[in-house]
Design a protein around this ligand. Structure first.
Ligand SMILES: [Zn+2]
Length: 164
């Protein structure tokens, strides 16, 4: 079994979810790990790294393109680059074993369903009513589903926050 973890379940809930997979390797991408490192408090991150063995793999461009094709087919437009990479990682690793993505992001679940990838949607009390935002770069106008440190396109660090 291959476990892939999305950053949202940690960032939104600010708790270490009990995945019941101690001593198993958890896979994620470098961008998701970076997002965790910039969003989580140090103590939470240390706890997380103690509990789970995290392996970083970046998916190949072929699998990223294949996920992007599925996304445009469905017309889902709420996915960040991190989300796309996470799905591409699932596509890549499922050649080796059964894959489960841990996420609470409905856009990821939607595409995973289309790709026939299993999703484990961890819900803790109150976690389902989080208000969600999107972020628009003040300088070039690019939209993001998640808060960014700086814009991928123009490097600006100023964003306007909107309710989704
Ligand atoms: Zn920008």
């Amino acid at each position: 079994m291959i476990y892939i973890i999305d950053s949202g379940i940690l960032i939104n809930q600010s708790v270490i979810p009990d995945l019941h997979i101690e001593d198993e390797v958890v896979y994620t991408t470098q961008n998701v790990l970076n997002e965790l490192k910039s969003s989580l408090s140090r103590s939470v991150l240390i706890l997380f790294e103690e509990k789970y063995k995290i392996t970083v793999i970046n998916p190949s461009l072929i699998n990223i393109d294949s996920v992007k094709k599925t996304i445009s087919k469905i017309g889902e437009n709420k996915l960040s680059m991190q989300d796309i990479e996470l799905l591409a990682l699932a596509v890549e690793l499922r050649n080796n074993d059964m894959v489960i993505i841990f996420t609470d992001d409905y856009a990821i679940m939607n595409i995973a369903h289309e790709l026939e990838i299993t999703v484990n949607n961890i819900k803790t009390t109150g976690g389902s009513q989080k208000r969600r935002y999107k972020f628009k770069c003040k300088s070039c106008g690019k939209y993001y589903n998640r808060e960014q440190l700086d814009c991928e396109i123009c490097g600006s660090q100023q964003f306007i926050r909107y309710k989704k």
